[in-house]
Design a protein around this ligand. Structure first.
Ligand SMILES: Cc1ncc(COP(=O)(O)O)c(C=O)c1O
Length: 357
């Protein structure tokens, strides 16, 4: 019989994002369900974003700007890079896939922390590359182990800081030492900074600032978290113009929609909303962390907008929280059995959370 599908798909399962929130709430007979399982922005988008989307809505019959020029120019100005050093994607997710499509071939190795954000491995496997897993040391990225796993066949190393799901960061000195140790002809280093806006450790490095010194670096960021645009899917990479040129060769012509581009531009202009989000996350992180500690829970200190909490029976506790109207992520689904990954919410939500715990 003719085998029409790629053999690599036999080992893959479709990503299961769970039931739609409203459907789940209805099934449970709950008037409301708060999602604390997807690390979203509890404040919602900026009012300026909502206005920009409304304004743009009458023009959705027109294709978007395929090069996202206005958005790249605005980002370039903020980040102190050239617009040619940016590629905008349909969420950071798409850019992970584009890196794989542009760089990975059969036989290539990709060193990935284990566990970590799942699409890294999926994209590499789909591209035919071999994933070389580097186990976390506790909750920390083990750069020594990752370095040891880099060989002549390594096409890329993927780092995530703050790490999803652990919430930990890679500090500047060890990161620089790692990048230096890769030598003059290093593999690509994809540094995923999806949660960078929530880091307040003074030793947290600015990935974009490292590009001049490490040209194989690709910094990945998103409007999903800090700007609350998860539903519109806008992310970007910052890299050398040469790297961006390669990514653009595999990018679909109109990969970022018109509303997403308008919204991201408006979000960039609203520093107040950004600051409000950051302040809320930092305050709630301290509040929930203190509440958890008081109740005897153990968890790594988080630099992200979520906490990974060690619990005696994750499935039972997730269920209990669900019945109380709070949806959290069972760590078993993200490589940390015996844990819950809990996004930080508004104060009222977080008080309810601690109440149940
Ligand atoms: C570490 C990490 N990278 C990338 C993404 C994807 O972001 P986006 O919504 O822009 O696709 C996420 C989303 O949760 C994430 O946790």
């Amino acid at each position: 019989m003719r085998n029409v599908w790629r053999a690599v798909l036999d080992g893959m399962t479709p990503y299961d994002a769970g039931k739609p929130l409203e459907r789940l709430a209805a099934e449970l007979g709950l008037p409301e369900l708060v999602r604390l399982s997807a690390n979203e922005n509890p404040l919602g988008p900026s009012p300026r974003v909502v206005a920009a989307i409304a304004h743009e809505a009458t023009r959705v019959h027109l294709y978007p700007d395929g090069g996202a020029l206005a958005l790249r120019e605005a980002l370039a100005q903020r980040l102190g890079v050239a617009p040619e050093q940016l590629v905008v994607g349909n969420g950071a997710d798409e850019l992970i896939a584009l890196v794989a499509l542009a760089a990975f071939e059969r036989g290539d190795e990709v060193v990935v922390p284990e566990p970590s954000f799942e699409p890294y491995a999926t994209s590499a496997i789909l591209a035919g590359a071999r994933v070389v897993a580097s186990p976390l040391a506790g909750y920390e990225t083990d750069l020594d182990d990752m370095r040891r796993k880099v060989t002549g066949r390594t096409k890329a190393v993927i780092l995530c800081s703050p790490h999803n799901p652990a919430g930990t960061i890679i500090k500047k000195a060890p990161l620089l030492a790692f990048l230096d140790a890769l030598g003059a002809d290093p593999p690509l280093v994809l540094l995923d900074e999806a949660y960078c806006d929530f880091a307040d450790d003074p030793e947290y490095p600015d990935g974009v600032g490292l590009l001049a010194r490490y040209p194989r670096l690709i910094v990945l960021r998103t409007f999903s978290k800090i700007a609350g645009l998860a539903g519109l899917r806008v992310g970007y990479t910052v890299a050398t113009a040469e790297t961006c040129d390669r990514l653009n060769r595999v990018r679909a012509p109109y990969n970022v929609n018109r509303l997403g581009q308008a919204a991201a531009l408006a979000a960039l202009e609203d520093g107040e909303h950004r600051e409000q989000t950051r302040r809320l996350v930092l305050e709630e992180r301290a509040f929930v962390s203190a509440g958890l500690r008081k109740r005897g829970y153990a968890f790594p200190p988080s630099q992200a907008n979520f906490l990974l909490v060690k619990v005696p029976d994750a499935a039972a506790l997730r269920d209990k929280l669900l019945r109380a109207g709070l949806l959290v992520r069972d760590g078993a689904g993200v490589g940390f059995p015996g844990h819950l990954r809990i996004s930080l919410g508004l104060r009222e939500t977080d008080e309810r959370l601690l109440g149940v715990l």
